[in-house]
Design a protein around this ligand. Structure first.
Ligand SMILES: CC(C)(COP(=O)(O)OP(=O)(O)OC[C@H]1O[C@@H](n2cnc3c(N)ncnc32)[C@H](O)[C@@H]1OP(=O)(O)O)[C@@H](O)C(=O)NCCC(=O)NCCS
Length: 181
């Protein structure tokens, strides 16, 4: 058996749906305050629904579902997504690194891959939302050039937690020329 010593990032395909289901549910259990969705909600999804999230047809607008593996174990997840009718804006969702793999640059590598993909896809901006009390994620994004954009919102209906929308302006877009200087 080959032993990988470095975490490997790859794109998830529909045949990875069980792997995706397992790491996504793990992330929702581990970090319930980091995501708008919940374990209770997603554990009810059918196998067809899990697979459909990764189907090419669901990805036509463009999505980049990334997983990180270390020694054949999934250790991190993140999605880049460009919604229909909003081709200039990429979103980042579902960012999660398992606790024992944190602090090694894995999230930074995922972020950088998604930002590069957004840039190559012609996007002018990348958006995400982070819970205001989530210091590690807030540091990660602010250090990477994201800036607060707009007012905070409820994490989910009825939650006392708030999320701050953040925006990264990508270079090369004429609308961002003053930011480039
Ligand atoms: C936030 C999270 C994704 C960071 O993952 P990570 O792989 O540990 O992050 P990295 O090692 O790539 O760190 C990148 C930067 O993030 C910041 N950072 C990460 N962990 C931090 C911590 N505990 N405290 C302060 N800053 C931290 C640092 O600025 C770091 O940059 P540096 O190495 O130049 O100092 C991870 O802690 C996590 O999965 N948390 C739970 C889920 C979550 O909150 N997801 C984000 C949803 S928006």
């Amino acid at each position: 058996m080959s032993i990988m010593s470095e975490p490997q990032i790859r794109i998830l395909t529909s045949s990875d749906w069980q792997l995706y289901k397992s790491i996504r549910l793990q992330s929702l259990l581990d970090s319930p305050d980091s995501f708008g969705s919940t374990y209770a909600r997603e554990v009810l999804l059918t196998d067809v629904e899990w697979r459909a999230r990764l189907e090419t047809s669901a990805r036509t607008i463009d999505s980049l579902p990334l997983i990180v593996e270390l020694n054949e174990e999934p250790v991190a997840l993140a999605w880049g997504l460009i919604h229909q009718n909003s081709e200039n804006l990429a979103h980042i969702y579902q960012m999660w690194v398992r606790p024992e793999s944190r602090g090694q640059g894995i999230a930074k590598a995922l972020l950088s891959q998604i930002v590069q993909w957004a840039h190559n896809s012609g996007c002018a901006e990348v958006a995400l939302a982070v819970t205001t009390i989530n210091e590690s994620a807030m540091h990660l994004y602010l250090k990477s050039g994201f800036e607060p954009s707009g007012v905070t919102e409820e994490l989910r209906a009825g939650s006392e937690l708030r999320v701050q929308p953040l925006l990264l302006k990508l270079p090369g877009d004429p609308r961002n020329q003053s930011a480039d200087r």
